[in-house]
Design a binder for this molecule. Sequence first.
Ligand SMILES: O=c1ccn([C@H]2C[C@H](O)[C@@H](COP(=O)(O)OP(=O)(O)OP(=O)(O)O)O2)c(=O)[nH]1
Length: 151
Amino acid sequence: MSQPRIAVRLLDDRLREQLPAYASPGSAGMDLRACIDAPLTLQPGQAELIPTGLAMHIGDCGLCAMLLPRSGLGHKHGVVLGNLVGLIDSDYQGPLMVSCWNRGSAAYTVQPMERIAQMVIVPVVQAQWEVVEHFDATERGAGGFGSTGAH
Ligand SMILES: O=c1ccn([C@H]2C[C@H](O)[C@@H](COP(=O)(O)OP(=O)(O)OP(=O)(O)O)O2)c(=O)[nH]1
């Protein structure tokens, strides 16, 4: 499958050596680094916006980017994303930031250039509303929230 090309600006020279990359041929995400000059300690419950040193412009190609936690950091240290998922619009050109949230019970210190989140590029479509009075019938209808299998 051809790889879409996405314009990126390096806002910090350290990124020249450490541009986010796919770790293996099957990796879904690229790790993003904390582009900070000094260690940053997150107390339990604290969230901070951390720069990645990148600005990207996805452009008009039917894609967006999603920022997700790294599994190890989230599971072992409780460091996830303050917004749970970061959604990067295709027309956004500002600095790419990661909201780092320590949801754990111990302080965690983020080191400069530590990998703090991962970014996945995903297809997106914009839909249009079609206002109706009634929907075509389906087997599920309005059932939800555990309705299947209920007796
Ligand atoms: O984790 C994130 C989430 C968002 N953004 C940037 C890219 C995104 O395109 C922009 C706006 O994000 P969003 O639409 O989620 O923010 P909002 O709070 O709804 O603000 P806005 O009114 O600017 O859309 O902020 C990041 O850098 N990191």
